[in-house]
Design a protein around this ligand. Structure first.
Ligand SMILES: Nc1ncnc2c1ncn2[C@@H]1O[C@H](COP(=O)(O)OP(=O)(O)O)[C@@H](O)[C@H]1O
Ligand SMILES: [Mg+2]
Length: 206
């Protein structure tokens, strides 16, 4: 089973992904946590180019290609082998991020982004995607407490608002896969809802 977390910056993706991993391992499931961008040797280099190099004025199309290059490598060399071994893989951001950040945020042609981002999954679409929804301002305020600010976090408020809208659109289009979760609550309450959905889904699968 392949599960992804999506949402604006500071929406609680990493927090909830970690809680879910703990929850599942405690129940005896073999589970792996990973994130995008930045898996492996290529991913490390790409993550640095995209998120850390503040002087590098990346063209949006170049940015799109870098995210997708990172993903294809991650899927082929890490995620697919883990799934084939029967593990549950949880990924912090995946191709929906590309659809909204490069399509809606950077305003590239949405059909083109859709084609390239979908191709970069090598036909691996998540079984469940949790979309943590909360006011953009709330997320950005949380980030200030967390520290660890990347180039993407420094975009203006309108950019993050566009991202949130983009995510909403995706969730409306794919309500079966994308579970919209109210992220403006206590972490434990959110976790309870998420773990309930996952347990149900595992029960249905077996
Ligand atoms: N439900 C929550 N309520 C309040 N603060 C939260 C909640 N979930 C996460 N945080 C805090 O907000 C910050 C951002 O959370 P994080 O999980 O890193 O978000 P993301 O990975 O989506 O950017 C962290 O400091 C985290 O501890
Ligand atoms: Mg995170």
């Amino acid at each position: 089973m392949f599960i992804t977390f999506e949402g604006v910056e500071g929406s609680g993706k990493s927090t909830q992904a970690k809680l879910l991993v703990e929850f599942l391992s405690e129940r005896g499931y073999k589970v792996t946590l990973t994130r995008e961008p930045g898996w492996g040797r290529l991913g490390e280099l790409i993550r640095k180019m995209i998120l850390d190099e503040r002087d590098l004025d990346l063209d949006p199309f170049s940015e799109l290609c870098l995210f997708c290059a990172d993903r294809a490598q991650h899927v082929r060399d890490f995620i697919k082998p883990k799934l084939q071994d029967g593990e549950i893989v949880i990924c912090d951001r995946y191709f929906d991020s590309t659809l909204v950040y490069q399509g809606h945020g950077r305003k590239l042609d949405k059909r083109l982004v859709n084609k390239i981002a979908t191709a970069s999954t090598l036909d691996l679409i998540p079984n469940i995607t949790f979309l943590l929804n909360l006011p953009v301002r709330t997320g950005l305020t949380r980030l200030q407490t967390r520290g660890d600010i990347t180039k993407m976090d420094e975009e203006p408020l309108e950019f993050h608002e566009t991202i949130r809208q983009g995510y909403m659109l995706l969730a409306r289009r794919e309500p079966e896969r994308i579970k919209k979760i109210n992220g403006d609550r206590d972490s434990s309450e959110i976790h309870e809802e998420i773990s309930g959905i996952v347990i149900n889904s595992i029960a249905k699968e077996s």
